[in-house]
Structures are given as C-alpha cells and as structure tokens.
Design a protein around this ligand. Structure first.
Ligand code: MG
Length: 321
C-alpha cells in the first residue's frame, strides 16, 4: 500500500467522528480507554460486511461506510441501547484514497448523528471486508431482549416493510434508475435508518424487540423461538410505502414485506394497553408505527388475510419456513 496503516487511520479516521467526554484515550495507543458508566449495562454488537455478499457493486464507498455503521447501530437500537463508541477493522485490496475518503465520510456522517466516537481500528490488505463493533449503554437490567414476548401482546413494526428488498430486486433487474421512486428506494436500501430513539423509548415498555435484517418472518421467528410463543400476522395491516404500492402487485408487496431483508426497522411486542401511548410517540417523532398482529401462546407463526383465513407462507414466496 502507498499509505501505511498508521497513515490510513490518522488521515481518514482519527478525527472523523464525534469527540466524547467519556473517551480517555482514543485512536493512537495500543488500546482505547473509556470511562465506564455507573449503574449501566454495556451493550456490544459486531457485524462484518463483505463485498459482493453484503452490498452490490453499485454501492458507493460512502454508502458502504454509512451502512457498515448503520447495521450495527440497528442492533443496538433493538436492545434499547444508547450508542457511544465504535471500532473498525478494515481489509482493503489497495489504499485507494478516493475510496477511503468516501468511506470515512459516510461512516462519520452517521457517527456524528448519533454521537458515536471511533475509538480504535485496524487495517490489513486483502479482499474488501469491513468489521465494525459498536458499544452502547442501557440502564442496568433494562436492555430489550428477544425472549420476553407474552400471549396477548401486540406485535408492532416501525416504518414501512419490504422497501430494501424491492430496491434490490429493481437494482438487479437494471430497473432502479428508471423508477420514479429511485431516490426513496436507494435511500431505503443503501442508507437504512437505525431506529435508536425508538429503541430507547421502548425500554421498560416493550416485552421483546428485534431489528429486521433477514425479513419479518425470519426475525419475528427469532422472537417466537426465544419467547416460546407464537404469533398471528394480519397481512392486510402490513405497512407499505407509496413506492411499494406503485411499483408492485399486492402479492409481490406481501412477499417483499414478509420475506425481504435489509429494512432495519424494529419489530417489537408490547402489552395491548400501551398501544395508544406508543403510537402517539410515533406520531410526535414522525415515525410510522403499525400493529401488524399479536402474540399467541401456541407456537408457530400464522399469516391471515382480512377475513381471518390463513395464508400459507409458501404462497407469500417464503420457501424455507
Ligand atoms: Mg439484529
């Protein structure tokens, strides 16, 4: 590489993100030193992105920088944690300065928005691979888990579902650029919004939560497994964007919403009596929150139509359930 490891971190990352009071030593020593917050649990999440697997060739360096941090912040949001610090392990085929500039810009933009400081990193040479670890806080014992869903809980999701999956489908067919919803859909796929404020609000309210990375059926399925419960999804309540309604048939929309991944919205369960308070919070924070079904005590996930008739998951394009 033309730039040494030290130069890459120093040039592009050392001062790229927020500076926090609780960081005693950041980038530049053998390890970072951070002040531990009394009475809190530390939440830690890590994710690796590999070129060609986790982002398509069309993604810009800035998109990749944003997304590498966003998917991790989404995991913290699902725990109800307030983000604090991040570390970055970057494997690069070459020290391409244009690429590094873009990557650092995308990463820093999102880090700044959530007050996250990059406190350490490592660079090596090889096929492009990016590992980010984020750290955050929850007051002791209040982290949101997958395991607390109870029979009778309402199942809610944030935002709209399936947009990232629709965007990827159009991108792969070479049709995204021609779409009137190109900007909206690109944003939904390349720049998913970590629902951090919602996660924090759900502490002490939600019985369970998860972020939707693999698709609603798969991720709600994780809640059900951990909670030893079942759920009924009312297909007609699934929240769709205008882009989804205008670009696809109702059957395809349902398939994107149930089986498509990468939305990074939150799926959570709450006692029914909190539904009004939570939806009020959503409207004051300009975030759509939709009840899509309910938890039942008998295991299994069922999807029903407006008449209450069961719709098979296979007919929704869900092959592996
Ligand atoms: Mg997750």
């Amino acid at each position: 590489m033309a730039l040494s490891e030290f130069e890459i971190i120093d040039c592009y990352f050392a001062h790229a993100t927020a500076e926090r009071d609780d960081v005693r030593v950041g980038i530049g020593d053998d390890a970072a030193l951070v002040a531990v917050r009394a009475g809190h649990d530390l939440a830690v999440a890590t994710d690796t992105l590999i070129a060609g697997v986790h982002f398509p060739a069309e993604a810009t360096a800035e998109d990749i920088g944003y997304r590498a941090l966003a998917v991790n912040l989404s995991d913290l949001a699902a725990m109800g944690a307030e983000p604090a610090w991040a570390t970055l392990a970057l494997t690069l085929p070459a020290a391409d300065e244009t690429w590094l500039n873009g990557f650092a810009r995308g990463f820093a933009k999102l880090a700044d928005r959530f007050g996250v400081q990059l406190i350490g990193g490592d660079t090596t040479r090889g096929p492009l691979s990016i590992t980010v670890t984020v750290h955050g806080w929850v007051p002791a014992g209040t982290g949101l888990l997958r395991s607390g869903a109870k029979g009778g809980d309402a199942v809610l999701v944030s935002g709209t579902l399936g947009d990232a999956s629709l965007a990827l489908t159009l991108l792969q067919a070479g049709e995204l650029d021609a779409s009137t919803h190109r900007d909206f859909l690109s944003e939904r796929f390349f720049r998913p919004p970590p629902r951090v404020a919602l996660g924090e609000h759900l502490r002490g309210r939600a019985h369970s939560a998860i972020d939707i990375s693999d698709g609603l059926v798969a991720d709600l399925g994780h809640i059900l497994e951990r909670s030893l419960a079942g759920a009924v999804i009312e297909a007609d309540r699934l929240p769709y964007s205008m882009a989804m309604r205008e670009c696809t048939s109702p059957a395809q929309a349902r398939q994107h919403a149930l089986a498509g991944g990468d939305d990074y919205e939150l799926c959570f369960t709450i006692p029914r009596q909190l539904e009004q308070e939570i939806s009020l919070w959503g409207s004051t924070h300009d975030l759509r929150l939709t009840r899509i079904g309910y938890i039942v005590t008998e295991p299994g996930l069922r999807v029903v139509d407006a008449q209450g008739h069961e719709v098979s998951l296979e007919s929704c394009g869900y092959a592996h359930f």
